[in-house]
Design a protein around this ligand. Structure first.
Ligand code: BG6
Length: 516
């Protein structure tokens, strides 16, 4: 990490959390701030201002923060003076975000905080709010004088960034009337995950992967983001969004770009993001509804079972219409049409109510030529490199070895480095990393506007084709791996989905630190 960026945190900042009484603040943001504080990453000069409409005294707010940290943080709150020192940095303002006068008062209170803690006017605005408020907040911040301080100003925002390309563009234009692109930090929390960040190291720091990372040696790439949960209390949001907008347009495509991008000329946020945009622009587009039908499978879960218990179908969930055609499962066969990847299918799938919670990326290598030694061996399995993103973190490689004995029997061996088994739960959370990066001004793991635009332009034709043929939806019982069509996407190329979540076939020997 560039030293000058580290110093920015040491200079200090005021962190403004809009939506401070909401779920995201409670579950993720306060715990992340506390972990950063405990690790000395906030420096000495910081203050945190909670903002929401609801009236709350500062004391009540500090109690809420304490409660949230006790429940969700990987560090337990210190007792006595230790806690008080942290808590006194928190203040709360009840604010109507459209009210410029209110913002002016906030601006005066902020100057007072900056004087007290010797903070040089750096201000980070985290909008844990519905996106249709982003434009209003940006304008009131400007008109209320909040952007007049001498330090830096950064806006951190959460998805969904629009519903399609035109709405995303409108949203972006509203924000850009106030903030420059380099002041906007768009969160995709998958980019904050340890193993997603590790992809760069695995690829670019290993002599035995880098030379093989192309269509001469890789047969296909499989990205699975499986969830066991349904839509819970988010039915109203999810029904408008579906898996395509909720997961594919952002998390899935971000993982794909990290796997497929060219080595950047420098490890600099802009160079890295330039390479990612090139990948997004190289993904083969969907020219017709027919092509969408051939290369994409969409499904919706019906009643089924999870851990032996019956669970309702999607259409029976709260706030979901009984005739909804929203997809809860998505699978596709994508191609990155550039020199490195021409001809290599990238299979992606994601869904709710699948049998396991697991995000994994499988790189399947091409088989060795069928030479004399192996001509009689039908069961030679391809080498795999598997990156385990979530909830288990680590990597494993699957190789072939000879079974001891006189006949030439081949034994597949999976050698695993289970990172989460080693460091346990004490690794930083995605939000922790991302808040820290935003505080330092490192935008590497945030989505730039052109990435976002390219991602929408890729998925919009899929959504359009589905609108034309709403009946083109397959169903799968909750607790299964989605519609059969998802298997066919690979079968037509002579491949299959590899099991995820360590559920490897019986004949594989595991060498792993997870079972020691
Ligand atoms: C969110 C989606 O972005 O990611 C949710 O809106 C989804 O629907 C979640 O459940 C998954 O994140 P994770 O980190 O639990 O895999």
């Amino acid at each position: 990490m560039d030293k000058t960026m580290d110093n920015v945190t040491a200079e200090g900042a005021v962190y403004f959390i809009f939506g401070a009484t909401g779920d995201l603040a409670r579950r993720k943001l306060f715990p992340a701030l506390y972990s950063l504080y405990r690790e000395g990453k906030l420096g000495d000069r910081f203050a945190i201002v909670g903002l929401a409409r609801r009236p709350r005294t500062v004391e009540q707010f500090r109690n809420d923060v304490h409660e949230s940290i006790r429940e969700f943080c990987r560090y337990k709150p210190e007792e006595g003076a230790g806690w008080r020192e942290f808590a006194e940095r928190f203040t709360y303002h009840s604010l109507d975000i459209g009210n410029v006068e209110g913002m002016r008062r906030l601006s005066e209170a902020t100057q007072e905080l900056e004087r007290r803690y010797e903070i040089p006017g750096n201000r980070l605005f985290y909008l844990a709010l519905a996106p249709d408020l982003f434009g209003t907040v940006s304008r009131t911040l400007r008109d209320g004088g909040m952007l007049d301080s001498r330090g830096w100003h950064r806006l951190v925002i959460e998805k969904p960034f629009g519903y399609d390309y035109p709405s995303a563009e409108r949203l972006n234009e509203e924000i850009r009337q106030v903030f420059r692109e380099d002041e906007v930090f768009r969160i995709d929390h998958y980019l904050g995950k340890e193993m997603v960040q590790n992809i760069e190291v695995i690829r670019f720091a290993n002599a035995f992967f880098e030379p093989l990372w192309n269509n001469n040696h890789i047969a296909n790439v499989q990205i699975t983001l499986a969830e066991t949960v349904g839509v819970e209390e988010r039915g109203a949001y999810y029904n408008k969004s579906g898996a395509l907008r909720d997961m594919v347009q952002n998390h899935m495509l971000q993982m794909l770009t990290m796997i497929a991008m060219e080595p950047p000329s420098r490890f600099d946020p802009e160079d890295i993001r330039d390479e990612k945009v090139k990948v997004l622009r190289s993904i083969r587009t969907f020219a017709s509804g027919d092509e969408v039908r051939r290369r994409v499978v969409r499904g919706q879960y019906t009643e089924g079972f999870a851990k032996g218990k019956p669970i309702p179908g999607y259409r029976q969930e709260d706030s979901v219409p009984a005739d909804s055609t929203t997809e809860t499962f998505f699978a596709a066969r994508l191609f990155v049409d550039n020199f490195r990847w021409a001809g290599v299918p990238f299979y992606v799938r994601t869904g709710k109510r699948l049998p396991v919670k697991s995000t994994e990326i499988v790189i399947e290598f091409k088989n060795v030529p069928n030479n004399v030694l192996f001509a009689r061996k039908q069961d030679l399995q391809p080498n795999l490199l598997v990156i385990r993103v979530n909830p288990m973190e680590g990597i494993y490689i699957k190789t072939n070895t000879k079974k001891p004995g006189n006949d030439m029997t081949i034994q597949p061996v999976a050698m695993e480095f289970c990172q989460s088994c080693l460091v346990g739960i004490n690794t930083p959370e995605a939000y922790e990393r991302l808040l820290h990066d935003a505080g330092r001004g490192d935008s590497t793991y945030f989505t730039r506007w052109d990435e976002l635009a390219a991602a929408w332009q890729l998925v919009d034709p899929i959504a359009a084709a589905w609108r034309e043929s709403p009946d083109d939806l397959a169903f799968y019982p909750a607790g299964t791996w989605g519609p059969e069509g998802a298997e066919d996407l690979l079968r037509q190329d002579g491949f299959r989905w590899w099991p995820v979540n360590g559920q490897e076939e019986d004949n594989v020997i595991w060498v792993t630190n997870s079972r020691t």
